[in-house]
Design a protein around this ligand. Structure first.
Ligand SMILES: Nc1nc2c(ncn2[C@@H]2O[C@H](COP(=O)(O)OP(=O)(O)OP(=O)(O)O)[C@@H](O)[C@H]2O)c(=O)[nH]1
Ligand SMILES: [Mg+2]
Length: 421
């Protein structure tokens, strides 16, 4: 099934915990600290994979989690890093975060680092100093990042087929490629895009056939213009028009109406070079109809085509090859400019119940890596809070000894170590 929009939920790997351990040797009363550090958690990447052509995989599997780093061990053994996770998406997938474009994975192999793995915690061996030769202190690993991404696929094709319903787009695709799309004598036969690979004049290129458009498509009429984005990356458009018209309108009216829809949808599409084709030229009176169309579009070169007899196919394909030679490669979509958010180390607030809360990236990470069951780790935690100025800020804001304070999710009773004036 063809799915071109999805949401995914990613969590990078947690860093491994640092170890708390002391060397044990025969005849040595107390060896030195030898706890190794934890390994880094795995990163989560999103990567364009040519084997994929739909976002279907993401309908029911929204959560991806990279491996955690291993814990450090005695004898200064560092834990292994968690393996990175690479999520494979079809080339042409755009990644959005909170509605903003962060990456266009246009080409196979393009990848985006979506979530960084957490740092490993330090083992007690790394805390050894001249003063503290036997630290009873180790860090926990930093937790993984949690990220939500919206995916949107814009197929990658060289040539796009455009036209009103029933114009003969899918029939043409089936004549010039191995693709076997559904073809029928009623409008809206094609409901999702089809891709086919064509070869002409020694050139190979991908053609995308999309559902038919009608007047008002950009306002949601018919199947809407939702599928137009699948031809937004093409270099050349083939605009097929039923020479006898469609739905009571003439070919000329249809041609004009569709170009108006294109312009309403995107400038980029309106600017893509177009080859205009009159279809079903094998039917009676087609020549008269074509002459009428040409009279109204004197400047346009209109290619006559019969997919039924094959007449005109070769000429059209030559024109496509020629157009492809000069048409520029469409640029990748450029990521939106992100607001640079400078996060403060922490923010102090008093809640309605009088309790104090301290939050911010730096202090939250500090809480995450602190082993509160180790006395030395608790002192270190307090020292760092003092160094960051948290204690002073709390006092200035009116916090008193005995007040409840929570830093991130860690609660304690406020006992300022410093004398504050
Ligand atoms: N006589 C004749 N009939 C054709 C030709 N090309 C397509 N048709 C017929 O036109 C009808 C519509 O063809 P499709 O290829 O399904 O048209 P489409 O543009 O893909 O239509 P949608 O998917 O509905 O947008 C079918 O009955 C085809 O057999 C042609 O060259 N000659
Ligand atoms: Mg079709």
């Amino acid at each position: 099934m063809f799915i071109d929009r999805a949401k995914i939920h990613l969590i990078s790997g947690k860093g491994g915990d640092g170890a708390l351990s002391f060397r044990r040797e025969k005849h040595v009363e107390m060896g030195g600290p030898d706890g190794g550090s934890g390994g880094k958690g795995g990163d989560v990447w999103v990567e364009a994979d040519p084997q994929k052509n739909t976002l279907y995989d993401f309908t029911y599997r929204p959560l991806f989690k990279a491996e955690s780093g291993e814990n450090g061990r005695a004898k200064r053994q560092t834990g292994a890093c968690g393996e990175d996770l690479s999520i494979k998406v079809p080339p042409g997938t755009l990644l959005f975060k909170d509605g903003k474009l962060v990456a266009d994975l246009k080409t196979a192999g393009d990848r985006y680092l979506a979530a960084h793995g957490g740092k490993g915690g330090r083992g007690n061996a790394t805390f050894k100093t001249a003063i503290n030769t036997a630290p009873h202190l180790s860090e926990k690993g930093v937790p993984g990042e949690e990220i939500f991404l919206e995916l949107e696929l814009k197929l990658v094709a060289d040539v796009g087929l455009l036209g009103f319903p029933n114009a003969g787009k899918s029939t043409f695709l089936s004549v010039v490629t191995q693709a076997r799309p559904k073809i029928a004598d009623y409008p809206f036969t094609t409901l999702t895009p089809n891709l086919g690979v064509a070869t002409a004049a020694g050139r190979t290129f991908v053609i995308a056939d999309i559902p038919g458009l009608i007047e008002g498509a950009h306002q949601g009429k018919g199947l809407g213009d939702e599928f137009l984005r699948h031809v937004e990356r093409t270099r050349v458009l083939i605009h097929l028009v039923d020479v006898f018209g469609f739905d009571g309108k003439t070919a000329a009216q249809n041609l004009k109406a569709l170009n108006k829809e294109l312009a309403a949808h995107s400038k980029r599409l309106a600017a893509t070079p177009q080859i205009v084709v009159a279809t079903k030229m094998d039917l009676t009176d087609a020549d008269t109809a074509l002459a009428g169309l040409r009279r109204l579009f004197r400047k346009e070169k209109i290619y006559p085509l019969s997919s039924a007899t094959g007449k005109g196919v070769k000429e059209l394909m030559m024109a496509v090859v020629k157009a492809l030679q000069t048409a520029p490669e469409p640029a990748a979509f450029t990521p939106d400019v992100m607001d640079i958010v400078i996060e403060p180390d922490y923010k102090v607030e008093q809640r309605a119940n009088g309790e104090w809360s301290v939050n911010g990236k730096k202090v939250n990470t500090l809480v995450a890596v602190t082993n509160f069951d180790q006395d030395e780790a608790v002192s270190r935690f307090q020292n760092i809070l003092i160094k960051l100025g948290v204690e002073e800020t709390l006092v200035k804001a009116g916090a008193r000894t005995g007040d409840k304070v929570s830093v991130s999710n860690h609660q304690f009773t406020f006992r300022p170590a410093l004398k504050h004036r």
